[in-house]
Design a protein around this ligand. Structure first.
Ligand code: MG
Length: 372
């Protein structure tokens, strides 16, 4: 069922630590299963996407976001005869390295780590599956296949890429990852551009009236209203958003097919050598740009979101500063890691925290009157 340009077990570069083949499932299914059983994956439930977990029960968390990304990825992968198991594994793992408090947390931790090699959530996702997970007797991390790791590493600065060997090579020579990796990357965008509208409306930070100025939303809303006159409330929002997701997914499938034909792509080697193939059409891309701009201006930079962002920055900076000043404040397993590289061990500890764990740890260290 797989196309020749898809990743398969026969063209896979395998695992870092050789293992016997799994019984009753494929190698990429095994990757997906290992990701789902990991500690980092469960923590996603209590990590911020845009809204902090305790702000409301119905907003997306990193976990529900990752599941939506996996759903969109699988649908498109199947339509393009790509390796659905691999694409799903990449999608489920893509945010494992995220800090608490979303992008605010990442920015804060990166600032703390400025003099020590920086912090990048994408690289941290790879570090989580390669090193930090403690699940198996014979190796650190999850020992995932090369192709899943390649997909997890979406971006990478050149100096980091040079340190990563084979996996970092494509960032140095400008070649492309598998179509499954390219796809998971754009499915991430389809998921958040749509669910952030939903969460933004639910929170009241953005309104339906404001969205009249966003053509891609307004057009789909008009189509829903023409078909179901008088429909309002949640159903109007959900009917509009589901049409938007479908529009973006179908556009991506058709444009990607056209790009493959134009580039004469037949095999996986062709995919690596070709320009980036998974892409939106020239008609959709500017419309998506306007939607993103709207969300940035009106949701991500809303003063109520920025207040949370600012608090998150202070919590992370405080924690980092306290641990760096005295690594004996770290839990014992991180103290051991800190003997080799204290800033990195601290960054690993903080990045692994859920929102509420970070807040609790901050109270333990800073609130007068707290005992433990
Ligand atoms: Mg994501």
């Amino acid at each position: 069922m797989l196309a020749d340009y898809a990743v398969s077990e026969s063209n896979s570069r395998g695992r870092q630590h050789p293992e016997a083949s799994p019984t009753a499932r494929g190698e990429f299914q095994r990757d997906r299963d290992r990701i789902i059983h990991s500690t980092a994956f469960r923590r996603l439930e209590y990590k911020t996407q845009v809204f902090v977990n305790h702000e409301g029960d119905l907003f997306r968390t990193r976990l529900t976001h990752s599941i939506e990304v996996a759903q969109i990825t699988r649908t498109i992968a199947r339509a393009l005869a790509l390796n659905e198991d691999l694409a799903e594994a990449i999608a489920l793992a893509h945010d494992l390295g995220h800090t608490p408090f979303g992008h605010a947390g990442q920015t804060a931790l990166n600032a703390c780590m400025k003099a020590y090699g920086g912090f990048e959530h994408n690289l941290q996702s790879l570090r989580t599956v390669d090193l930090l997970e403690e699940h198996y007797a014979e190796f650190d991390g999850l020992n995932l296949t090369y192709e899943t790791r390649e997909g997890i590493l979406k971006h990478c600065a050149r100096d980091n890429a040079a340190r990563l060997g084979e996996l970092g090579q494509r960032f140095l020579d400008g070649t492309q990852p598998s179509l499954e990796a390219q796809l998971a990357n754009l499915a991430d965008e389809i998921a958040y551009n749509n669910h952030d509208i939903d969460d933004g409306l639910r929170s009241g930070l953005i309104t339906l009236e404001q969205l009249d100025d966003v053509a891609i939303f307004a057009e789909q809303r008009r189509a829903v209203e023409a078909r179901y006159p008088g429909l309002g409330g949640r159903r109007l929002i959900h009917e509009t958003i589901r049409r938007m997701i479908n529009l973006m997914a179908v556009d991506l499938i058709e444009q990607t097919r056209a790009n493959m034909v134009a580039a004469g792509v037949k095999t996986l080697a062709d995919v690596h050598a070709a320009p980036r193939l998974v892409a939106y059409s020239d008609t959709l891309r500017p419309a998506l740009g306007r939607l993103k701009g709207f969300l940035r201006e009106n949701l991500y930079h809303h003063y109520q979101v920025l207040r949370m962002t600012d608090k998150a920055r202070r919590i992370i900076a405080d924690l980092f500063g306290a641990f760096l000043a005295d690594t004996r404040l770290l839990p014992p397993q991180y103290q051991r890691r800190a003997e080799d590289d204290a800033p990195r061990a601290i960054a690993d500890y903080i990045a692994g925290m859920t929102d509420r764990y970070a807040m609790k740890e901050h109270r333990r260290l800073f609130a007068v009157g707290e005992i433990h």
